[in-house]
Design a protein around this ligand. Structure first.
Ligand code: ZN
Length: 214
């Protein structure tokens, strides 16, 4: 069974749908909920973050996210950082893992992670360097690879060196069929059977989410 750890649409594979509080709640699927850094606003983020609380207590809520830091889009990073910290504390309170959206802000997040150990963290749509993978890996983070893995040549080496037990897959906004392509790509890069890859990725997803998905 392939698991799509982060998607914005419902589909036939086992998947965890990411939604924000302004959308209708996914009724049948596992989900995560959080304030996306693009839409955080200085005057409203705190009130919106508090609206997350009832969702975080639902049994099919598996995590907090996506939340994070984006240096290219959204409000000033100090506002994004405050919203992220608040959400990270919420995740800790409700014992949920955190799904991070990070763009050109690995350094800032790495510093934050040091001050907030414990909560499981996933860097979603990871496109960073081998060096950054290693730094976050030392902190026990998970890495989710999406459609960029099929496009960006440097990710081949990144995936090759990422500890196998920290890799999961996602489609994000790409078509659901991308998931099979990604799993095949992982099998090629890691040099192992697709069946083994599928089993390993399922086990990683369960470890990260802390919930038995089957
Ligand atoms: Zn997303």
């Amino acid at each position: 069974m392939l698991v799509d750890i982060h998607t914005h649409q419902a589909h036939a594979h086992a998947h965890v749908q990411s939604f924000d509080i302004h959308q209708p709640l996914p009724e049948t699927s596992w989900f995560t909920v959080g304030l996306h850094p693009w839409y955080v606003e200085a005057s409203t983020w705190k009130a919106n973050a508090e609206k997350l609380i009832p969702f975080l207590q639902l049994p099919h809520c598996l995590g907090l996210g996506e939340c994070g830091l984006d240096a290219l889009r959204g409000p000033d990073l100090s506002i994004q950082r405050a919203a992220l910290l608040y959400q990270w504390e919420l995740a800790k309170t409700f014992q949920l893992p955190v799904i991070l959206h990070l763009v050109k802000s690995y350094e800032a997040c790495w510093q934050l992670r040091h001050s907030l150990p414990g909560t499981p963290v996933l860097l979603h749509g990871f496109t960073g360097s081998v060096a950054w993978m290693r730094k976050f890996s030392e902190l026990g983070c998970y890495f989710s690879f999406g459609a960029s893995l099929l496009r960006l040549p440097h990710l081949k080496q990144v995936l090759e060196e990422t500890p196998f037990d920290k890799i999961v897959l996602e489609t994000d906004t790409a078509p659901a069929g991308t998931l099979e392509q990604l799993a095949r790509q992982v099998a090629i890069i890691k040099g192992c059977e697709e069946a083994f890859v599928e089993q390993q990725l399922l086990s990683n997803s369960i470890c990260f989410l802390g919930t038995n998905l089957v």
